[in-house]
Design a protein around this ligand. Structure first.
Ligand SMILES: Nc1nc2c(ncn2[C@@H]2O[C@H](COP(=O)(O)OP(=O)(O)OP(=O)(O)O)[C@@H](O)[C@H]2O)c(=O)[nH]1
Ligand SMILES: [Mg+2]
Ligand SMILES: [Zn+2]
Length: 315
């Protein structure tokens, strides 16, 4: 007979050094993890992550023990380059990625935006771009950039957490979904959450006068239930975004406008770099596709590894 388990399903809201906060239908429990959940191999994937649906056994009215991680439907990872190339799983069970960029402080750079889009494409996540702090600049300066992304099917939306511009539409994107907010430190991720849910307790700090960048006010990944339905995950801003499990050869497939032209390239394994008869480069010259995106492609390509370590070894 199957063992009857006591407990209930909950969602992991926050992970700190010592415990996890898990929301169940009736309470938010401070939880420990039962050893066997993690298993014998300690890896990113066996650890409990923000966004996980878990089976919890309540230990008291406000405490519990996580017994099992339920199957995950999506994940968001980045690569951490240190002594070894390793994966950092940022959050799981996400429906969409909201990429926040800002017009100033920090200045808009399409390179980081395109890196996030590559991650979204790789993980099959829908993405929405929000250009925040639009109160600090003339919108028309960004219309051309916006139209390139819109043409590719990425919603490109102007917001200001300061004046409230675009915030109702921002709210409508989030309704009923699990969204993760990503972007450089200081672009206003936490400010946007506070604007739509003022009751949430979040830390925001001034932009550093010296560097014109944020001072990393958010230090934990945290998931907030939204009063109008859905969940929002705030993440700490990162300056360097390492791409996990993405290799040079596959990069081109995450730039959808390149993939559409590939059949017209002279070589069918064209990398769209220095090859003759490249349809992608021709399209850039004719301004049919964005030269800026092409430049970002070349930069990302040169940062990536040729193939997974195991593949290189086997050759
Ligand atoms: N002018 C203007 N300032 C804003 C806007 N949104 C946020 N800010 C300011 O930008 C600074 C950084 O905002 P945060 O919300 O902490 O940025 P963050 O993206 O959460 O930063 P990290 O937590 O470090 O990743 C704060 O001083 C905010 O007041 C906006 O729409 N317009
Ligand atoms: Mg923040
Ligand atoms: Zn080509």
């Amino acid at each position: 007979m199957k063992e009857q388990k006591s407990g209930c399903i909950g969602k992991v809201l926050k992970s700190t050094r010592n415990h996890y906060l898990v929301k169940t239908d009736s309470a938010v429990l401070k939880c420990i993890v039962r050893g066997r959940v993690v298993g014998s191999v300690s890896s990113e994937h066996s650890a409990v992550k923000v966004g996980d649906d878990v089976w919890v056994e309540p230990l008291s009215s406000n405490e519990g023990a996580i017994q099992e991680i339920l199957p995950r439907r999506s994940k968001l990872s980045r690569a951490v380059e240190g002594k070894a190339y390793r994966e950092h799983l940022i959050a799981v069970n996400i429906d969409q990625m909201i990429i926040i960029v800002s017009v100033k402080q920090p200045e808009f750079k399409s390179g980081l935006l395109d890196r996030y889009l590559v991650i979204a494409e790789k993980n099959g996540l829908k993405s929405i771009i929000c250009l925040n702090k639009i109160d600090l600049a003339e919108k028309s300066i960004f219309d051309e950039t916006a139209s390139w992304y819109q043409k590719l099917g990425y919603p490109f939306h102007y917001t200001s957490a300061l004046t409230g511009e675009g915030m109702e539409e921002f709210k409508s994107f989030l309704k009923g979904k699990v969204s993760v907010l990503v972007g450089h430190s200081g672009v206003g991720k936490s400010s946007m959450i506070l604007k739509i849910e003022p009751a949430i307790d979040l830390k925001i700090s001034e932009i550093s006068q010296k560097t014109n960048k944020g001072k990393h006010s958010t230090s934990y990944v945290e998931l907030f239930p939204l009063s109008f339905g859905g969940y929002l995950i705030d993440t700490p801003g990162i300056r360097e975004l390492g791409l996990w499990d993405i290799y040079q050869n596959e990069l081109k497939q995450y730039f959808m406008e390149f993939a559409k032209l590939e059949q017209d390239c002279q070589f069918n394994d064209c990398r769209h770099l220095k090859e003759p008869g490249c349809a992608v480069k021709k399209a850039v010259e004719k301004a049919k596709i964005s030269g800026e995106r092409y430049k970002n492609y070349c930069n990302i390509y040169s940062d990536l590894r040729a193939a997974p370590y195991e593949l290189i070894k086997r050759r």
